[in-house]
Design a protein around this ligand. Structure first.
Ligand code: ZN
Ligand code: ZN
Ligand code: ZN
Length: 86
C-alpha cells in the first residue's frame, strides 16, 4: 500500500526579523509594539510580511483588507497585497 504524505503548507507565516525601527504602515506603531487593538506584543499580535515587501500587523491588514476601499491592495504601494505563503 502506497501512502502519500502531503506536506503541510502554512497559510501564512511571519518572521520576527523585521527591523525594530520599522513601523507598521497602517497604524504607524513599531513592529516590536502591537496594533492599536492589542495590548501585548508577540504571538497575539503577529506581523505579516507581504510579497510586495511591506509588512504590517496581521490585525491591521485584516481590518484594512476588509474595508471596501482597500480592494485587496497594499496600503503602501497599491499592489495586490499577498502575504508570503506556501
Ligand atoms: Zn499596525
Ligand atoms: Zn493586534
Ligand atoms: Zn506594498
Amino acid at each position: 500500500m502506497k501512502v502519500t504524505i502531503k506536506t503541510y503548507n502554512a497559510v501564512a507565516y511571519w518572521r520576527w526579523d523585521a527591523p525594530s525601527d520599522d513601523v507598521c504602515g497602517i497604524c504607524r506603531v513599531q513592529f516590536d509594539g502591537t496594533c492599536p487593538n492589542c495590548r501585548f506584543p508577540g504571538d497575539d499580535c503577529p506581523i505579516l510580511n507581504g510579497k510586495c515587501g511591506h509588512s504590517f500587523h496581521l490585525h491591521c491588514v485584516n481590518d484594512w483588507i476588509q474595508t471596501e476601499s482597500s480592494r485587496g491592495l497594499c496600503p503602501m504601494c497599491r499592489q495586490k497585497f499577498e502575504f508570503e505563503a506556501e
